[in-house]
Ligand binder design. Structure first.
Ligand code: ATP
Ligand code: SKM
Ligand code: MG
Length: 292
């Protein structure tokens, strides 16, 4: 867990961070403005050891390379929203939860970049911790329970840090102990219709996702059937998330019939909006590290 150890040291240097005594009313006012720049939200320190997220311009989808942003305006809106939310977050981590293929990694990298946070993928950290190249292999050689134990350890370690965006594994929500870790930050559920998920997954195949892998079946049908079952079993667990970002709701707001017309930036903007509203509503101006 070298990456985590290095990140941990950087967090120590960052210290407790800025204390935030702003009144809720001030924060509400700020939420309504579109202020660009300013130093209030600047991260105290970019984590040493954690790789800066490379600038993003496009994402590979079933239709080839899709632009992350529809326009410069959209990219600016994203940045402005991030500036506002950064202040409210006060260093809290963001945990993205959602079904396999829901866009946790894609949206997580965008959020990390605009917030100046470090990005981690919990599946990758488990692979590193176990010393195996893929989750599929860990399931095969060990077991799902072994994977889940390691997933919990990774989330526990991450929960002592600040300024991270964490893309969690799709099943991280099923263990209550994982919620005790994720509740130290903000959890955001990406809610994507099952047919859109199955299409995305069928595009890349199911081999890397052991719970969906049925080599003899048509990938879309197999993925759709299993995802439907998992969604039913995990509905209550996903509902623990602090905020839910529904792609269907964003598409409806934008007048699209289909969620496939949404860019990852649209989704990231909505996530920031929901995070901001949640933090303001819950008056979470003081961070969990303020007393350290
Ligand atoms: N808004 C989007 N529109 C279209 N395709 C997308 C969108 N977001 C992500 N994708 C594509 O869907 C697939 C899954 O996305 P991603 O890997 O980000 O999801 P995930 O939730 O991290 O999945 P995993 O289960 O692997 O952790 C990828 O091929 C990605 O390029
Ligand atoms: O939904 C799930 O249970 C999983 C999702 C993946 O991210 C991996 O964590 C693993 O394949 C299990
Ligand atoms: Mg992922």
């Amino acid at each position: 867990m070298e990456a985590l150890a290095m990140q941990s040291r950087a967090v120590e240097v960052a210290g407790a961070g800025r204390r935030n005594g702003a009144l809720v009313a001030d924060r509400r006012a700020r939420a309504g403005s579109l202020r660009v720049g300013g130093s209030a939200g600047a991260p105290a320190l970019r984590a040493r050891g954690a790789k800066p997220v490379a600038p993003l311009c496009c994402v590979k989808t079933s239709r080839g390379q899709q632009s992350l942003h529809n326009s410069v305006d959209e990219a600016l809106l994203l940045k402005r929203k991030a500036e506002q939310v950064l202040f409210e977050l006060n260093g809290r981590c963001i945990y993205l939860v959602g079904m396999m293929g829901s866009g946790k990694s894609t949206v997580g990298k965008i959020l990390a970049e605009v917030l100046g946070y470090s990005y981690f993928d919990s599946d990758s950290l488990v692979e590193q911790a176990v010393g195996m190249p893929s989750v599929a292999q860990i399931f095969k050689v060990h077991s799902e329970a072994f994977f889940r134990d390691n997933e919990s350890s990774v989330l526990r370690d991450l929960s002592s840090m600040q300024r991270l965006v964490v893309a969690t594994g799709g099943g991280a929500v099923i263990r209550p102990v994982n919620w005790s870790y994720m509740k130290k930050g903000m959890s955001v559920m990406l809610d994507v219709p099952l047919d859109a998920l199955a299409k995305r997954i069928a595009q890349v195949g199911t081999a890397s996702r052991p719970l969906l892998d049925q080599p003899s079946a048509d990938p879309y049908t197999a993925a759709f059937a299993k995802l439907s079952l998992l969604a039913e079993q995990r509905g209550d667990a996903y509902a623990n998330a602090d905020v839910r970002v529904s792609l269907q709701e964003i598409a409806a707001k934008q007048g699209h019939d289909d969620v496939s017309q949404l860019t990852p930036t649209d989704i990231a903007i909505e996530a920031l909006e929901k995070i901001q509203n949640f933090v303001i509503e819950h008056s979470m101006s003081s961070g969990p590290f303020d007393d350290l």
